[in-house]
Design a protein around this ligand. Sequence first.
Ligand code: TYM
Length: 333
Amino acid sequence: MEQNEKRKVVFSGIQPSGNITLGNYIGALRNFSSFPDADCLYCVVDLHTLTVRQNPAELRKRTTSLAALYVACGLDPEENIIYCQSHVPAHAELAWILNCFTYMGELNRMTQFKDKSAKHADNINAGLFTYPVLMASDILLYQTDIVPVGVDQKQHVEICRDIAQRFNGIYGDVFTIPEPYIRKASAKIMSLTEPTRKMSKSDPEDTFIALLDKPEDIRRKIKRAVTDSDGEIRYDPENKPGVSNLLTILAALKNQTPEEAAAVLSGLGYGALKEAVTDAVITEFTPIQQRYNEILADKEGLNAMLRRNAEKADYLARKTLRKVYKKVGLFQL
Ligand code: TYM
């Protein structure tokens, strides 16, 4: 990189809306440490969770838990800005402005809105509809270049780009146009019990492995994972979704391709595949869980870290927000 070239900015977020899953880990969290030369912000996006009813005490607990998990997964809070979305008011403030630059028709096309409306038919609130605008604000506030996410968030990053381009088209170069960073091979981890559906933290317990699951739970869940009856270990997502999902998990954790992982196990039975996946997951998660417990034991240290980093994020976010307010014509004192 040229000496005076601007450092890249990386931003991503995870909702503290349930147990963080193996899907979140492989699709997003473990990729967060892939940008040593960038300025990285990793946000616990608590405001987004309110689009679905939350238990307040649980939400508070899961928010600090997720912040601790970020650190436990290897993100140094002195090198990365790890903070909580609601601690930086500029997210909600920019979201209002960008709401006025986003069309109903665009939001209507969002597949996550359609899925969530079907799932929560008794609570199709306006927040659920404008969710992508808040996400666009998260990203655009920091002049983000790169957004590491799983493939289910690609559409949201695309609408963010559209909103930014529209705004820039009217007011000049206000926002950096971000790019999604999606690792193709591991972008979508599937449910263990219904391997044609995405593994999701809002689904029932036995469909996912949680980052904080005990080894015996991990073993039991993988043992029960749905496979098929032809008995051959082969990567073929269309015809063998269960086996292919297990191979994807194994390959991601061993930094192989799914085909390489299949070749190592060729000729063996599904029992051996499940054993290998179980070992890989437990080996990966055990040290993270140990660090997590240490971090959580020091509540004050964790809170102080979150406060410090929210101040850093706030400073950066305000810079963009001031520019936006000025451009749209809001009177500033
Ligand atoms: P969330 O909380 O649903 O998921 C967090 C991250 O995990 C990825 N992911 C998966 N990847 C692979 N396989 C899966 N089964 C799987 N399930 C989830 C998601 O793609 C995501 O990267 N809207 C976002 C949160 C958000 C955000 C942002 C992300 C809010 N603002 C700004 C990036 C930038 C969400 O609900 O993610």
